[in-house]
Design a protein around this ligand. Sequence first.
Ligand code: ATP
Ligand code: MG
Length: 271
Amino acid sequence: MRKIVFANRKGGCGKTTVTINIGAALADLGKKVLVVDLDSQAHATYYLGENPYTKKGNLFEFYSLLIKREDINYDNFIKKTLFKNIYLIPSSSFLNDLDLNKIKGVETKIKELVDSLKEKFDFILFDTSPSMDIMTKSGLIAADEIMIPVEMHPLSVKGLAQLVREIYKINKEYNKEIIISGIIPTLFNQRTRVYNAVLEELKKIFPEEIIFFGVRHDIKLAEAPDHQKPIIYYAPISRAAFDFKVIAKRILRLKSKINGKGNKRSEENEK
Ligand SMILES: Nc1ncnc2c1ncn2[C@@H]1O[C@H](COP(=O)(O)OP(=O)(O)OP(=O)(O)O)[C@@H](O)[C@H]1O
Ligand SMILES: [Mg+2]
């Protein structure tokens, strides 16, 4: 079982798109996938066909029970989606009404939740918000791997060094090692100069082995959330559906490692 968190403080770089669609592509390859929506914007929840405007059966209820110190049955928070092999722990747009700081050890609660479920899934994927808030931190603590979607724009690279520093700070604080196992370029056209320039910058920061080809700009992908369908179902023969199938296969092959300092070479082991 692999636990992967998708994170980047840059808003709109494709975190939710990548989480849902990698999940769907892995599920299509026969893997059992759980998506955990750690963003109170609840976009992933909506994308997978669940209602974000409720306080029941989602992370609002989960955290509310923790605040009230009531018993929790973890299974109550897993929703089967309409899509084969994809399950969801939904977020709620009411989450911002809660003061999560009232919960002792709040940042490890998502880890406890998913670790109780790990026999049931091949992949647990966490979508996070564009801020380093309690829930994003919870994802970084719960996961073993982080994948960073990067919009191929010159300014996108600037925030990455800081993100990597924050990841290692959390590692240290919680005495664990999260591995950066993928840099996923998004929203690009590979024929442009800017794409090549940003790719060169990424190669200076990260080992080439973990930089994926990524997901090209595709209008179908921007349309898919409104239809509440992952791209492989919404537009199965689109460019984006192709790109996500390639990513999913590579994730299944790849076991990469960056130990410690962020820009050591990684090891790629073919299974
Ligand atoms: N490769 C792509 N081609 C075209 N549109 C895309 C692509 N990737 C993402 N989008 C669109 O760009 C917008 C931002 O994507 P997304 O919501 O996945 O970003 P995000 O990082 O999750 O944003 P936030 O930081 O707000 O959570 C969405 O409208 C999405 O449909
Ligand atoms: Mg998002």
